[in-house]
Unconditional design. Structure first.
Length: 226
């Protein structure tokens, strides 16, 4: 489903120039992959490339047989709106909108009817344990609850691929474990392919496979524990 073919990305971090790659690997449909590595190793850049938020300097990324670099900007927007879901460390919720409105955003982009939006949002709020919180604003929620809203928004349009960038980074250990349990449950239910960037080895090894990136290269590729 996902294929990186000699993908290389040069970028600047601070006053230094870094290179990610060249990377060549494949991720089968439905596999969960944990990405480990030190800060600045290129983990988030890998996610941005896969999410078509960034473009390789060299090489090609294929998703469902299509080369991402061949997509026009409207096609990239459509890819992000339909195929990919994003969960970020900093939640990236809209503070001026209520929980329901935040979750609805991908559906609005897809032109889903208000009736279908309501049905899906009600179901998703139940799935992430936030029934009764739909009319709250993000500032009224705990960090763990805000991350649940972010997960709900990432999954509401039923993407094939979930990209999670340090989704437990701003949570305490217990809440982080609850978030990982929730993600695993939802991923199994919806049969998604998942790429999880994390500094937490325990969480990474809950995935089917673990890739460790060092100095911009894949240092190891191992099976996880789950």
């Amino acid at each position: 489903m996902i294929s990186f073919q000699q993908v290389l990305r040069r970028y600047t971090l601070g006053n230094e120039e870094w290179t990610l790659g060249p990377l060549s690997f494949e991720i089968p449909d439905g596999q969960t992959v944990g990405i480990l590595g030190t800060s600045g190793s290129g983990k988030s850049t890998l996610l941005h490339l896969l999410g078509a938020l960034d473009t390789p300097t060299e090489g090609e990324i294929f998703v469902n047989g299509f080369a991402l670099s061949h997509f026009s900007e409207p096609e990239k927007d459509q890819y992000r709106a339909s195929t990919v879901g994003f969960v970020f460390q900093d939640f990236h919720l809209f503070p001026e909108f209520r929980v329901r409105e935040n979750i609805a955003f991908p559906l609005i982009l897809q032109g889903v009817s208000p009736e279908e939006q309501k049905t899906r949002i009600d179901e998703m709020l139940k799935n992430v344990g936030l029934e009764g919180f739909g009319n709250h604003f993000p500032k009224e929620l705990s960090g763990g609850q805000r991350q649940r809203v972010a997960v709900a928004r990432a999954l509401i349009h039923r993407p094939q691929i979930l990209l999670a960038d340090e989704p437990t980074g701003n949570l305490d250990e217990k809440t982080g474990e609850q978030m990982m349990d929730l993600l695993q449950s939802l991923v199994e239910t919806h049969h998604m392919t998942v790429v999880l960037v994390t500094h937490n080895k325990k969480f990474a090894h809950q995935c089917d496979r673990v890739l460790t990136i060092e100095n911009g290269k894949i240092a190891s590729s191992l099976g996880g524990n789950g």
